[in-house]
Design a protein. Sequence first.
Length: 437
Amino acid sequence: MFKHYRTSKNSLIPHELIEVFADYYQLILKVDKKKSFQNIIGFGGAFTESAAYTLSKVSKDQRNEVIESYYNKETGLNYNIGRVHINSCDFSLGNYTYIKDFDVELETFNIDRELTYVIPLIKDAEKVAGNKISLLASPWSPPAWMKSNNEMNNGGYLLPKYYEVWAKYYVKFIDEFKKHDLSIDYVSVQNEPAAIQTWDSCIYSAEEERDFVRDYLGPILHEKYPDIKIIIWDHNRDEIVKRGDTVLKDVKAREHVWGTGLHWYSKGHFEKLTELHDLHPDKHLLFTEGCIEGGVHLNDWTTGERYARNMIGDFRNYCEGYIDWNITLDETGGPNHVGNLCDAPIISDTIEQELIYNSSFHYIGHFSRHVLAGSKRIASELDSDKLQHVSFLTADNKIVLIVLNETENTYQVKLDLDSSYLVEIPARSIQTFIEGE
């Protein structure tokens, strides 16, 4: 059986099932399912307070449509993983924490704020998905009084005297989510620990992150939750080798670390993932955040292409899953409490009361709809650099090949899977080919 899905700039139908073949070929693309690489965890997006709040400002039917569009296994993107913020992030309605100032015993800890928007959204997503969603919990900043600059924004570092309290804070957060039957399966040490942001942020050197994980977060978290996976770095690819290796070459620190998180805000550097993988092949790589910056980009085809280009580059270099940033934002690309407006795959226009699906939504779907959790990446090779590609073998032995054409040219390609096919790859298109029982 052979299926062929296409989304093209020149087509009015996204993710269209087609039966178009070529009469000749210019290029040959070979897939070798006998040569396999990393397992795939899945795909998802972030349940930020801003995304959840935005969905409270559209109609109930529209809110349900967004949830169905992402989490329905048959008609949606089949998302199975997600991300939540510990305390506030820039895509919150303002700075907040879960305790009163200077409560080092964490006696006042509560997550009541998350019960307004975030937790109900996750629960509704799980109902649509029909299963638990594996969550990554990430802090953007500790409470201001734990930091050198005495504020949650504008960087600063965690004061060493609060290392133990802060490590226990993660555990309390997981405790509270568990009370609501929500599954925190991963935690990252710090979102973007090398960036002094005008919003919620906190700086760690590689050595500070290593020491915090080795001496505090790892032992304290794993004493109660030994199966929760700790992710380091959670930032751009350009520095991932130095940052990851500094932690992972420490014998005691690496015992507590599952893998390294990456973002895409430095262009390219995909080869750095393979470099880190080769240094520590028993550890993992997970894409934890990426979005289109600078507000909403309606009707922009390049946003979808950026998603696909990055997904292909990351997966070809041992990345195991993909977590997008906000699942939806409003018509401004917010709300964002410091004006750091961005785009999202679905824009929920709270003024016009309509949903707008960006090209990024459809491009993500070429991966997430077909590359199911438990798939393995397999080898693929093209006798040209004109097209980008990546291939997988699903748990039920189906070959999934994804081909991206960012050029203005159409190419005729011979696909060598288990069988051979002559296909056309139109200009500015993405295509998913599926072969198997």
